[in-house]
Design a protein around this ligand. Sequence first.
Ligand code: ADP
Ligand code: TRP
Length: 320
Amino acid sequence: MRVLSGIQPTGRPHWGNFFGAIQQYIDLQEDNDGFYFIADLHALTTVRDAKQLRQNTLDAALDLLALGLDPEKATLFVQSDIPEVSELTWLLMTGTPMGLLERCHAYKEKKAKGIAADAGLFTYPVLMAADILAYDSEIVPVGEDQIQHIEVCRDLAGSFNHTFGETLVLPKAKTLDHGAKVPGTDGQKMSKSYNNTLPLFGEIKPIRKQIMRITTDSRPMEDPKEPEEDHLFQLFRLFGSESEIKEMAEMYRRGGFGYGHVKNAIADASEAYFSAARDRRTELEANMDYVEETLRRGADRARKVAGEVLARAQKACGLK
Ligand code: ADP
Ligand code: TRP
């Protein structure tokens, strides 16, 4: 199966990004033909500093490789290295109803907040649809917030096929249950926009400090507590083994424990969990030639596929 997903290079990845998105990519590369790309064209709607965007793009490649994306099994590339996608975007754009884009949440939310939106943000879902359709993608692993965009992609592909004949493959979204919503340090959804993230990489000490500062309720030590209702428990569950999680849940239900204990357990377990990736990232940083060569090889492979799909779409609508 052709599996495809993109990740925006807009900042340092956090636990939510890993458990909600990246982990699926890595699992799916085993039995599928995985295409994974760094969405620098999408990031251009928010990152407006050339040096920063370039750096973020390389950082994202380092992150993915360090976390286990294997270029021998999957194809890793940068979105803007495949100009065919931008051309396919135009073909789709000519059949995209304004109303469909007006309902898309990224644009709608910005508009509701009174922030001026540009055409890039407005047409963002069309570029995303082209990303998916350009590679005949069948499965698109994403976080819950992206499901609407996959629906738009299916709508656009369906209407293209209806007008010009069967040309584009309709993809399906895939989400992970426990990855659906990783809580942040304030208990609401972990997100860069809420300033409540815990990073995957970086110095251990400040990360530990951030973990120790996670907000808690004022429950007295001796009171029992329902684990499922507590965001500290939800965070521990990401890292603990099955027996550790069971033990922690029992401790919650018994009561008589302090949140400091849970925070220390989260810090230890997360540190151990990401330690190999951390070492691997340091190694890769010293070997940027390898990283750049990997991206070049990925782009070559991706361009071949996108070229074929674009030619098919051009022919279907009377361009060639
Ligand atoms: P942010 O909200 O920090 O800006 P992005 O929107 O860049 O994160 O998200 C990139 C990917 O990570 C998306 O697929 C998204 O669904 C997933 N993701 C982000 N935050 C979380 C979270 N707290 N829990 C689960 N998945 C998340
Ligand atoms: N919009 C996605 C996000 O913010 C990133 C993305 C761009 C993407 N193109 C894609 C994801 C195609 C899946 C498929 O997370």
